[in-house]
Design a protein around this ligand. Structure first.
Ligand SMILES: Nc1nc2c(ncn2[C@@H]2O[C@H](COP(=O)(O)OP(=O)(O)OP(=O)(O)O)[C@@H](O)[C@H]2O)c(=O)[nH]1
Ligand SMILES: [Mg+2]
Length: 286
Protein backbone atom coordinates (compact mmCIF):
# COMPACT_ATOMS: atom_id res chain seq x y z
CA UNK A 1 0.00 0.00 0.00
CA UNK A 2 1.43 3.36 -0.92
CA UNK A 3 -0.62 6.49 -0.29
CA UNK A 4 0.58 9.92 -1.23
CA UNK A 5 -1.43 13.08 -1.93
CA UNK A 6 0.14 16.47 -2.46
CA UNK A 7 -1.50 18.05 -5.53
CA UNK A 8 -0.65 21.49 -6.95
CA UNK A 9 -3.35 23.29 -4.98
CA UNK A 10 -1.75 22.14 -1.71
CA UNK A 11 1.70 23.31 -2.77
CA UNK A 12 0.11 26.66 -3.62
CA UNK A 13 -1.73 26.79 -0.30
CA UNK A 14 1.49 26.01 1.55
CA UNK A 15 3.20 28.95 -0.17
CA UNK A 16 0.27 31.19 0.68
CA UNK A 17 0.44 30.16 4.35
CA UNK A 18 4.15 30.96 4.42
CA UNK A 19 3.51 34.39 2.89
CA UNK A 20 0.65 35.29 5.23
CA UNK A 21 2.29 34.16 8.47
CA UNK A 22 3.92 37.55 8.97
CA UNK A 23 0.49 39.17 9.36
CA UNK A 24 -0.68 36.65 11.92
CA UNK A 25 -0.70 37.01 15.72
CA UNK A 26 -1.80 33.48 16.58
CA UNK A 27 -2.06 30.20 14.69
CA UNK A 28 -4.97 27.90 15.46
CA UNK A 29 -3.74 24.43 14.57
CA UNK A 30 -6.64 22.04 14.17
CA UNK A 31 -5.75 18.42 14.81
CA UNK A 32 -8.13 15.49 14.42
CA UNK A 33 -8.77 14.18 17.95
CA UNK A 34 -8.94 10.63 16.54
CA UNK A 35 -5.37 10.95 15.22
CA UNK A 36 -3.64 13.83 17.03
CA UNK A 37 -0.16 12.65 16.00
CA UNK A 38 -0.92 11.54 12.44
CA UNK A 39 -2.87 14.72 11.66
CA UNK A 40 0.00 17.01 12.71
CA UNK A 41 1.59 18.30 9.51
CA UNK A 42 5.39 18.34 10.03
CA UNK A 43 5.92 20.97 7.32
CA UNK A 44 3.36 23.29 8.91
CA UNK A 45 4.90 22.77 12.35
CA UNK A 46 8.20 23.92 10.91
CA UNK A 47 6.59 26.91 9.18
CA UNK A 48 4.81 28.05 12.35
CA UNK A 49 8.09 28.07 14.27
CA UNK A 50 7.80 30.02 17.51
CA UNK A 51 4.63 31.90 16.53
CA UNK A 52 2.00 31.80 19.31
CA UNK A 53 -0.19 28.79 18.71
CA UNK A 54 -3.33 27.18 20.09
CA UNK A 55 -3.80 23.48 19.35
CA UNK A 56 -7.43 22.44 19.02
CA UNK A 57 -8.35 18.75 19.07
CA UNK A 58 -11.38 18.82 16.77
CA UNK A 59 -13.94 16.10 16.05
CA UNK A 60 -13.63 15.20 19.72
CA UNK A 61 -17.20 13.85 19.51
CA UNK A 62 -15.78 11.03 17.34
CA UNK A 63 -12.76 10.24 19.55
CA UNK A 64 -12.53 8.21 22.75
CA UNK A 65 -12.99 10.69 25.59
CA UNK A 66 -10.36 9.26 27.94
CA UNK A 67 -7.75 9.22 25.15
CA UNK A 68 -8.56 12.82 24.23
CA UNK A 69 -7.91 13.84 27.84
CA UNK A 70 -4.58 12.03 27.68
CA UNK A 71 -3.66 13.82 24.48
CA UNK A 72 -4.71 17.14 26.00
CA UNK A 73 -2.42 16.48 28.96
CA UNK A 74 0.36 15.38 26.64
CA UNK A 75 0.29 18.62 24.63
CA UNK A 76 -0.07 20.72 27.77
CA UNK A 77 2.89 18.99 29.36
CA UNK A 78 4.89 20.03 26.30
CA UNK A 79 3.93 23.64 26.98
CA UNK A 80 1.25 24.01 24.30
CA UNK A 81 -2.05 25.77 24.85
CA UNK A 82 -4.55 23.08 23.88
CA UNK A 83 -8.33 22.82 23.81
CA UNK A 84 -10.84 20.12 22.96
CA UNK A 85 -13.28 21.04 20.22
CA UNK A 86 -16.37 19.85 18.41
CA UNK A 87 -16.88 22.27 15.56
CA UNK A 88 -20.08 20.55 14.46
CA UNK A 89 -21.90 21.31 17.74
CA UNK A 90 -19.77 24.30 18.74
CA UNK A 91 -18.58 22.72 21.99
CA UNK A 92 -15.25 24.25 23.02
CA UNK A 93 -15.37 27.29 20.70
CA UNK A 94 -15.69 29.81 23.57
CA UNK A 95 -12.66 28.37 25.33
CA UNK A 96 -10.76 28.41 22.05
CA UNK A 97 -11.48 32.09 21.41
CA UNK A 98 -10.46 33.08 24.91
CA UNK A 99 -7.21 31.09 24.59
CA UNK A 100 -6.49 32.74 21.23
CA UNK A 101 -7.03 36.20 22.71
CA UNK A 102 -4.81 35.28 25.66
CA UNK A 103 -2.03 34.08 23.34
CA UNK A 104 -2.21 37.32 21.36
CA UNK A 105 -2.47 39.67 24.34
CA UNK A 106 1.30 40.10 24.74
CA UNK A 107 1.77 41.21 21.14
CA UNK A 108 -1.24 43.52 21.18
CA UNK A 109 -0.02 45.05 24.46
CA UNK A 110 3.41 45.66 22.88
CA UNK A 111 1.77 47.42 19.94
CA UNK A 112 -0.35 49.65 22.17
CA UNK A 113 2.71 50.44 24.30
CA UNK A 114 4.33 51.73 21.10
CA UNK A 115 1.37 54.01 20.65
CA UNK A 116 -0.22 51.87 17.90
CA UNK A 117 -4.00 51.80 18.20
CA UNK A 118 -5.34 48.48 19.53
CA UNK A 119 -6.54 46.31 16.66
CA UNK A 120 -8.35 43.01 16.28
CA UNK A 121 -6.38 39.80 16.84
CA UNK A 122 -5.43 38.10 13.58
CA UNK A 123 -5.57 34.32 13.66
CA UNK A 124 -4.92 31.79 10.91
CA UNK A 125 -6.60 28.40 11.02
CA UNK A 126 -4.37 25.59 9.81
CA UNK A 127 -4.95 21.87 9.51
CA UNK A 128 -5.10 18.85 7.25
CA UNK A 129 -7.93 18.54 4.69
CA UNK A 130 -11.40 17.85 6.11
CA UNK A 131 -10.40 18.44 9.76
CA UNK A 132 -13.11 21.09 10.23
CA UNK A 133 -11.40 24.46 9.64
CA UNK A 134 -14.28 26.03 7.71
CA UNK A 135 -16.85 24.49 10.08
CA UNK A 136 -15.07 26.16 13.00
CA UNK A 137 -15.19 29.52 11.21
CA UNK A 138 -18.90 29.12 10.56
CA UNK A 139 -19.48 28.23 14.21
CA UNK A 140 -17.64 31.35 15.30
CA UNK A 141 -19.53 33.52 12.83
CA UNK A 142 -22.87 31.91 13.54
CA UNK A 143 -23.50 31.68 9.78
CA UNK A 144 -22.66 29.30 6.95
CA UNK A 145 -20.29 31.77 5.24
CA UNK A 146 -17.38 29.39 4.63
CA UNK A 147 -18.02 26.44 2.33
CA UNK A 148 -17.76 23.07 4.10
CA UNK A 149 -18.19 19.46 2.97
CA UNK A 150 -17.69 15.89 4.07
CA UNK A 151 -14.74 15.39 1.73
CA UNK A 152 -11.18 16.77 1.71
CA UNK A 153 -10.18 19.70 -0.50
CA UNK A 154 -13.31 21.84 -0.17
CA UNK A 155 -11.62 25.18 0.62
CA UNK A 156 -9.37 26.27 -2.23
CA UNK A 157 -8.55 29.93 -1.53
CA UNK A 158 -7.82 32.00 1.53
CA UNK A 159 -10.62 33.93 3.17
CA UNK A 160 -10.47 36.56 5.94
CA UNK A 161 -13.53 36.71 8.17
CA UNK A 162 -14.30 38.97 11.07
CA UNK A 163 -15.69 37.54 14.29
CA UNK A 164 -17.09 40.33 16.46
CA UNK A 165 -14.87 43.39 16.91
CA UNK A 166 -11.79 41.71 18.30
CA UNK A 167 -10.97 38.77 16.09
CA UNK A 168 -10.10 38.33 12.41
CA UNK A 169 -9.76 34.80 11.11
CA UNK A 170 -8.07 33.46 8.01
CA UNK A 171 -9.52 30.22 6.66
CA UNK A 172 -6.99 28.20 4.65
CA UNK A 173 -7.16 25.13 2.40
CA UNK A 174 -6.19 21.86 4.09
CA UNK A 175 -2.65 20.77 3.36
CA UNK A 176 -0.81 17.49 3.69
CA UNK A 177 2.94 17.15 3.23
CA UNK A 178 5.03 16.31 0.15
CA UNK A 179 6.78 13.25 1.62
CA UNK A 180 4.49 10.86 3.40
CA UNK A 181 6.90 8.12 4.41
CA UNK A 182 4.96 6.49 7.21
CA UNK A 183 2.23 4.40 5.59
CA UNK A 184 0.54 3.71 8.92
CA UNK A 185 0.03 7.48 9.17
CA UNK A 186 -1.25 7.48 5.57
CA UNK A 187 -3.73 4.71 6.46
CA UNK A 188 -5.05 6.69 9.44
CA UNK A 189 -5.42 9.83 7.32
CA UNK A 190 -7.28 7.85 4.64
CA UNK A 191 -9.77 6.10 6.94
CA UNK A 192 -10.57 9.30 8.81
CA UNK A 193 -11.24 11.15 5.54
CA UNK A 194 -8.25 13.48 5.07
CA UNK A 195 -7.18 11.90 1.78
CA UNK A 196 -9.46 11.93 -1.23
CA UNK A 197 -11.12 8.54 -1.63
CA UNK A 198 -10.08 8.05 -5.25
CA UNK A 199 -6.38 8.56 -4.38
CA UNK A 200 -5.83 5.43 -2.33
CA UNK A 201 -6.55 1.75 -2.79
CA UNK A 202 -9.92 1.46 -1.07
CA UNK A 203 -9.81 -2.34 -1.12
CA UNK A 204 -6.53 -2.45 0.83
CA UNK A 205 -7.45 0.34 3.23
CA UNK A 206 -10.80 -1.24 4.12
CA UNK A 207 -9.12 -4.64 4.52
CA UNK A 208 -6.79 -3.09 7.08
CA UNK A 209 -9.70 -1.31 8.75
CA UNK A 210 -11.75 -4.49 8.99
CA UNK A 211 -8.75 -6.37 10.42
CA UNK A 212 -8.26 -3.60 13.00
CA UNK A 213 -11.95 -3.64 13.93
CA UNK A 214 -12.01 -7.38 14.27
CA UNK A 215 -8.85 -7.44 16.36
CA UNK A 216 -9.76 -4.67 18.79
CA UNK A 217 -13.45 -3.85 18.45
CA UNK A 218 -15.17 -7.11 17.51
CA UNK A 219 -18.00 -6.34 19.98
CA UNK A 220 -18.84 -3.17 18.07
CA UNK A 221 -18.75 -5.01 14.73
CA UNK A 222 -21.13 -7.62 16.10
CA UNK A 223 -23.49 -5.04 17.52
CA UNK A 224 -23.62 -2.85 14.43
CA UNK A 225 -23.96 -5.64 11.88
CA UNK A 226 -25.91 -8.13 14.02
CA UNK A 227 -23.20 -10.78 14.00
CA UNK A 228 -22.22 -13.40 16.57
CA UNK A 229 -18.67 -13.36 17.98
CA UNK A 230 -18.26 -17.06 17.31
CA UNK A 231 -19.27 -16.62 13.65
CA UNK A 232 -16.67 -13.95 12.84
CA UNK A 233 -14.42 -15.34 10.10
CA UNK A 234 -10.64 -14.92 10.32
CA UNK A 235 -10.40 -13.72 6.76
CA UNK A 236 -11.19 -10.03 6.07
CA UNK A 237 -12.83 -10.81 2.70
CA UNK A 238 -15.09 -13.41 4.30
CA UNK A 239 -16.04 -10.97 7.00
CA UNK A 240 -16.91 -8.38 4.34
CA UNK A 241 -19.06 -10.98 2.58
CA UNK A 242 -20.87 -11.75 5.83
CA UNK A 243 -21.56 -8.08 6.55
CA UNK A 244 -22.63 -7.64 2.92
CA UNK A 245 -25.13 -10.48 3.22
CA UNK A 246 -26.52 -9.03 6.48
CA UNK A 247 -26.83 -5.63 4.87
CA UNK A 248 -28.39 -6.91 1.68
CA UNK A 249 -25.46 -5.72 -0.46
CA UNK A 250 -26.03 -8.35 -3.08
CA UNK A 251 -25.97 -8.19 -6.85
CA UNK A 252 -28.20 -10.34 -9.00
CA UNK A 253 -27.38 -14.00 -8.50
CA UNK A 254 -26.60 -13.41 -4.82
CA UNK A 255 -23.06 -12.13 -5.48
CA UNK A 256 -21.79 -9.82 -2.77
CA UNK A 257 -21.34 -6.20 -3.87
CA UNK A 258 -17.99 -5.66 -2.12
CA UNK A 259 -17.69 -2.06 -3.18
CA UNK A 260 -20.98 -1.26 -1.51
CA UNK A 261 -20.04 -3.09 1.71
CA UNK A 262 -16.71 -1.25 1.86
CA UNK A 263 -18.51 2.07 1.52
CA UNK A 264 -20.96 1.19 4.28
CA UNK A 265 -18.17 0.23 6.69
CA UNK A 266 -16.16 3.35 5.88
CA UNK A 267 -19.16 5.63 6.30
CA UNK A 268 -20.16 3.94 9.58
CA UNK A 269 -16.60 4.26 10.85
CA UNK A 270 -16.24 7.93 9.91
CA UNK A 271 -19.64 8.98 11.20
CA UNK A 272 -19.29 7.36 14.62
CA UNK A 273 -21.89 4.64 13.99
CA UNK A 274 -19.26 2.06 14.95
CA UNK A 275 -18.47 4.03 18.11
CA UNK A 276 -15.74 6.46 19.05
CA UNK A 277 -12.17 5.79 17.97
CA UNK A 278 -8.74 7.12 18.83
CA UNK A 279 -6.26 5.51 16.47
CA UNK A 280 -3.14 7.30 17.74
CA UNK A 281 -2.05 6.32 21.20
CA UNK A 282 -0.82 9.21 23.36
CA UNK A 283 2.92 9.21 23.86
CA UNK A 284 4.28 8.22 27.19
CA UNK A 285 5.22 11.40 29.02
CA UNK A 286 7.50 9.76 31.56
N1 LIG B 1 -18.42 14.86 13.85
C1 LIG B 1 -17.81 16.01 13.57
N2 LIG B 1 -17.78 16.45 12.30
C2 LIG B 1 -17.15 17.61 12.05
C3 LIG B 1 -16.55 18.40 13.06
N3 LIG B 1 -16.01 19.50 12.48
C4 LIG B 1 -16.26 19.39 11.16
N4 LIG B 1 -16.95 18.27 10.89
C5 LIG B 1 -17.39 17.78 9.56
O1 LIG B 1 -16.21 17.50 8.83
C6 LIG B 1 -16.40 17.80 7.45
C7 LIG B 1 -15.30 18.73 6.98
O2 LIG B 1 -15.49 20.00 7.50
P1 LIG B 1 -14.87 21.30 6.82
O3 LIG B 1 -15.12 22.42 7.78
O4 LIG B 1 -15.31 21.46 5.43
O5 LIG B 1 -13.31 20.91 6.86
P2 LIG B 1 -12.08 21.76 6.32
O6 LIG B 1 -10.99 21.55 7.31
O7 LIG B 1 -12.48 23.16 6.07
O8 LIG B 1 -11.73 20.99 4.98
P3 LIG B 1 -10.94 21.50 3.64
O9 LIG B 1 -11.46 22.83 3.29
O10 LIG B 1 -11.25 20.46 2.66
O11 LIG B 1 -9.50 21.51 4.04
C8 LIG B 1 -17.80 18.38 7.33
O12 LIG B 1 -18.66 17.33 6.91
C9 LIG B 1 -18.12 18.82 8.74
O13 LIG B 1 -19.50 18.80 9.01
C10 LIG B 1 -16.61 17.90 14.40
O14 LIG B 1 -16.10 18.49 15.37
N5 LIG B 1 -17.25 16.71 14.59
MG1 LIG C 1 -12.41 24.28 4.40
Amino acid sequence: MHIHWFPGHMAKAQRMIREQLGLIDVVIELLDARIPASSANPVITELIGAKPRVIALNKSDLAETAQTTEWLNHFRSMGFTTVTLDASSGKGTKELVSKVEQEASEKIAKLTAKGIKARAVRAMILGIPNVGKSSLINRLLGTATAKTGDKPGVTRGQQWLKVGKNLELLDTPGVLWPKMDDQEVAFRLAVTGAIKDDIYDMEKVISSLVALLKENYSDRLCERYKLQQEDLPEDAAELLALIGAKRGCLRSGGIVDYEKVRRIILTDFRSGKLGKFTLDIPYNNQ
